[in-house]
Design a protein around this ligand. Structure first.
Ligand code: NAD
Length: 534
């Protein structure tokens, strides 16, 4: 993982020489200065930041795109105080009015959708169509939030006592901190902000320290809308920083809910700390997602779906397909055809239209990939394709690795090969005999994010989505493991953290619920007929 660090002289010299026109075009289009000045990484109504300098590095070229001043501990405390103040104001703004502000944010984002999408490609490394898709997701969840702002309803419950009513009332919760991962540097914040803002909270975003520019560009757009509407900027604040800033937020009792997206290891620590101070926590952690292919599957659907699931975003989606379970009858044909598709992958600049495979996000991710492949080889796996870096120019300048299919010797889901999320394009395949065995393997790992089954047999579908079926939070049929829409609640079970974001009932976590019993009679009977008369 990228680690916050002070600049070395050689790196500042590299930036001072001037940015490539490729980078300048993208950055200028989203109002990120390209003159080499250090950028402010904190927004709480005004822009500031005087902490450690973080570098945004382009994973395609290794070019330093910008240097960003992170939050000092004092600045973080100030921003948290501003968030609290903003919440006190915003909670009394009527929900439909909050929805109107969200509608304006939606409009401002959609006007810059393609430019922001290109920025995601430049800084994170995913291909342009996926970068744009990610911003579109933010736009979509804003639409959803606008609708919700008129529908975040409580309930009236029948009382057993005459002349009484019970209401279940949602009210704004407080300050919501969003700690997000590098791989969705825009959408994950969007999922949270749209619901949190509609619910009347102040949201404070701590993005991944390796994608600071995406968060600055998004916050610039949103802050303009807030300011135009006379709403305190700290309703949607930003604190850029590394682990230290994250830890300080998680420990702070002034943060009512921490919505954390990231690895299982960090999520475990975050969950414990928030729980120990009785805060609310929403965890969206690592996935280790399987595709199960039955003998009657339509392979013309299944093969491209596995290809996109495993190779798309260079295997850096939480929902990427990492495990492939093939029925014995179709396994050889499936692998042969999948291998051909892998051979057609066009790796290159994620901003170029024809590119299907961008780089890994960091240099460290290459080590994760090579270690995983090395472990597979040592364990006697057959590497069907891939298994190495791209070593010729210009790809050797960036963090490019070849998508890999491996046939491990073991199919034991508890073996490290199968039970660990390797955040890179490595797809492990195994052959099964019947659906029961495939489901057992699918469920046999610690994570429970996404899963899919390809079949035309209704009976197998019933089993797959029923009590004896997949135990993941996302259980698809004839659709790949990745690429969810915003309408349903998104999230995973087991070590993926049980969190739910985005659509469905996810909004209910962003409010505090109260049960209110109201007596509008002249008598005061006790519940359950209890008699306490003196
Ligand atoms: P990460 O866990 O390294 O970092 C996530 C965030 O936590 C970053 O903002 C980071 O600065 C912060 N952080 C690091 N240490 C911290 C600490 N001790 N206390 C508080 N905050 C801390 O994850 P990453 O490498 O950025 O992202 C990849 C991971 O995220 C993968 O495991 C992926 O599956 C997961 N992910 C999950 C989902 C989901 O919805 N389930 C979505 C996207 C990514």
């Amino acid at each position: 993982m990228f680690v916050a660090k002070r600049l070395t002289r050689s790196k500042s010299v590299r930036l001072a020489r001037g940015l490539s026109s490729r980078a300048t075009t993208v950055l200028s289009s989203v109002d990120i200065p390209t003159t080499g000045q250090e950028l402010s990484g904190v927004y709480d109504g005004s822009w500031k930041g005087s902490g450690d300098i973080l570098e945004s590095v382009c994973p395609t070229t290794g070019e330093v795109l910008a240097r960003v001043k992170s939050a000092t501990p004092t600045e973080l405390r100030e921003s948290l105080a501003k968030s609290r103040e903003a919440y006190r104001y915003f909670r009394s703004v009527p929900a439909p009015r909050r929805g109107e502000i969200l509608r304006q944010i939606r409009y401002a984002l959609s006007k810059k959708r393609d430019e922001l999408g290109a920025l995601v490609s430049l800084e994170m490394g995913k291909i342009r169509t996926e970068g744009i898709g990610e911003v579109q997701e933010f736009v979509d969840i804003c639409d959803y939030g606008v609708g919700l702002s008129r529908m975040m309803n409580g309930r009236v419950v029948s009382s057993e006592r005459p002349g009484h009513s019970i209401l279940e009332v949602p009210n704004p919760l407080g300050v919501i901190a969003v700690l997000s991962a590098f791989n969705f540097p825009v959408a994950v914040y969007g999922w949270n902000l749209a619901l949190s803002l509609a619910a009347g909270n102040a949201t404070l975003w701590k993005p991944s320290p390796s994608t600071p520019l995406c968060s600055i560009a998004v916050t610039q757009i949103i802050s303009r809308v807030l300011e135009e509407n006379g709403i305190p900027g700290a309703v949607a604040g930003l604190v850029i920083g590394g682990k230290d800033v994250g830890e300080a937020i998680v420990e702070d009792r002034g943060v009512d809910m921490v919505s954390f997206t990231g690895s299982e290891a960090v999520g475990r620590a975050v969950g414990k700390v928030v729980q120990s101070r009785f805060g609310k926590v929403l965890l969206e952690l690592g996935g280790n997602n399987a595709a199960v292919i039955m003998p009657d599957a339509d392979l013309s659907l299944a093969i491209p779906a596995v290809f996109f699931g495993a190779v798309g975003t260079a295997g850096q989606r939480c929902t990427s397909t990492r495990r492939l379970y093939l029925h014995r009858d179709i396994a050889p044909e499936f692998l042969e055809r999948l291998k051909k598709l892998y051979a057609s992958v066009r790796a290159g600049d994620p901003l170029a239209k024809e590119t299907l495979l961008g780089p890994l996000h960091t240099r460290n991710a290459i080590k994760v990939y090579t270690d995983a492949v090395g472990y597979l080889r040592d364990a006697g796996a057959e590497i069907v394709t891939g298994g190495e870096r791209y070593s010729s120019p210009p790809l050797d300048q960036g963090y490019f690795v070849k998508p890999t299919i491996a046939l491990p010797k073991t199919a034991d889901p508890q073996d490290k090969i199968w039970s660990t999320e390797t955040f890179a394009p490595v797809l492990n395949a195994a052959v099964f005999e019947d659906i029961e065995q495939a489901i057992e393997w699918n469920n046999g790992v610690p994570q429970g994010l996404s899963s899919t089954l390809f079949t035309r047999d209704l009976r197998t579908v019933g089993k797959w989505i029923g009590p004896e079926g997949s135990d993941a939070g996302i259980v698809n049929v004839n659709v790949g493991t990745s690429g969810a829409e915003i309408g349903a609640a998104f999230g995973g079970n087991k070590s993926t953290g049980w969190g739910r974001e985005s659509g469905g009932d996810a909004w209910k976590q962003y409010v505090r619920w109260s049960a209110c019993t109201i007596n509008f009679s002249d008598k005061a009977p006790l519940a359950q007929g209890v008699d306490f008369s003196a």
